[in-house]
Design a protein around this ligand. Sequence first.
Ligand SMILES: NC(=O)c1ccc[n+]([C@@H]2O[C@H](COP(=O)([O-])OP(=O)(O)OC[C@H]3O[C@@H](n4cnc5c(N)ncnc54)[C@H](O)[C@@H]3O)[C@@H](O)[C@H]2O)c1
Ligand SMILES: N[C@@H](CCC(=O)N[C@@H](CSCO)C(=O)NCC(=O)O)C(=O)O
Ligand SMILES: [Zn+2]
Ligand SMILES: [Zn+2]
Length: 379
Amino acid sequence: MTTQGQVITCKAAVAWEPNKPLVIEDVQVAPPQAGEVRIKILFTALCHTDAYTWSGKDPEGLFPCILGHEAAGIVESVGEGVTEVQPGDHVIPCYQAECRECKFCKSGKTNLCGKVRTATGVGVMMNDRKSRFSVNGKPIYHFMGTSTFSQYTVVHDVSVAKIDTKAPLDKVCLLGCGVSTGLGAVWNTAKVEPGSIVAVFGLGTVGLAVAEGAKAAGASRIIGIDIDSKKFDTAKNFGVTEFVNPKDHDKPIQQVLVDLTDGGVDYSFECIGNVSVMRAALECCHKGWGTSVIVGVAASGQEISTRPFQLVTGRVWKGTAFGGFKSRTQVPWLVEKYMKKEIKVDEYITHNLTLVEINEAFDLLHEGGCLRCVLKVDD
Ligand SMILES: NC(=O)c1ccc[n+]([C@@H]2O[C@H](COP(=O)([O-])OP(=O)(O)OC[C@H]3O[C@@H](n4cnc5c(N)ncnc54)[C@H](O)[C@@H]3O)[C@@H](O)[C@H]2O)c1
Ligand SMILES: N[C@@H](CCC(=O)N[C@@H](CSCO)C(=O)NCC(=O)O)C(=O)O
Ligand SMILES: [Zn+2]
Ligand SMILES: [Zn+2]
């Protein structure tokens, strides 16, 4: 029986309130409207940004909602006017859209896209400013334009990357966020050159992907900084050449790094979401040229600061969203690189569970031993 044009009732993990366990509900998913795509999600991973919004600290967080943004699935049906994907296509939903028409997309200067951002930031679809999800008639907000903690989701067509049908969806789901972000922070945002000295603050999935990207870019030293010393063994496999634990030092960590590197690093990356560490990451950069990239997401109300003298004397402070990758164009390219074994993905997956075990998966995310936990979403 075809489901096209019908409301689908399926399982989804609903965040009814901040910090309260997610509840597996029977959710009604409306058919896609014009310019929309309904996707059967097969696998989703959890990212720390899901935990951040769930915690209630995200100024854009709305409840009840369906979280999730690092996933892969198969197109179930498409709305009017959708030409670039069709039912049966294998896809990765992209929280960073790419319409190729708006002034951001046309600028050649950024991967941010303006076409649907005003809707995705308030948990609705552009067409009618409403949600496609409901539980017994009560609307449930979308999240980041993806909402992948559901067996079916509806996304804008500009937020769907079509990928090789041979790619294993239980692995390449990770290219929907963390791994791509780390690689892109190095290749697109910082543009690290061969021989560079790189510092990576935070050795979770994003930081390890930064290390992997820096190694591929030919960095001569990749210094990993983490308060959990157990991270170093794994980090070596991703390219980290030296490890520093701030807890082992009395001096501020920026001073430790400046001393270790004859004046500072060429590039640093903050992959934690801690504003004090963001300052340290800037201040450990070399005078005259050192560039620091903020990748971590900091909570509502948090602000960064430094002496302006740090910038006057040539350090550069940048940030990155999805590693600067143009999502629809470059996610399929990243999938191809994985298929050719040019980038790691499997190595970031430390746990596999199912959608109904999602609360355990969130618990795992806060344990040092977990990089990514992939959930099997379909029955
Ligand atoms: N900008 C983007 O597009 C983007 C994309 C994905 C994730 N993120 C953000 O990136 C950050 C990292 O994500 P992740 O999944 O790798 O997280 P994670 O929690 O797995 O990794 C963070 C690491 O930082 C370490 N750490 C914590 N406090 C520290 C401190 N004070 N000094 C040194 N190390 C410290 C932890 O031990 C951990 O190893 C999160 O804030 C996430 O929201 C941003
Ligand atoms: N609503 C949050 C924004 C958090 C944020 O910066 N998100 C990143 C992606 S994190 C993925 O794990 C991003 O892409 N930002 C650009 C954008 O959202 O347009 C807050 O306000 O803190
Ligand atoms: Zn993410
Ligand atoms: Zn656009």
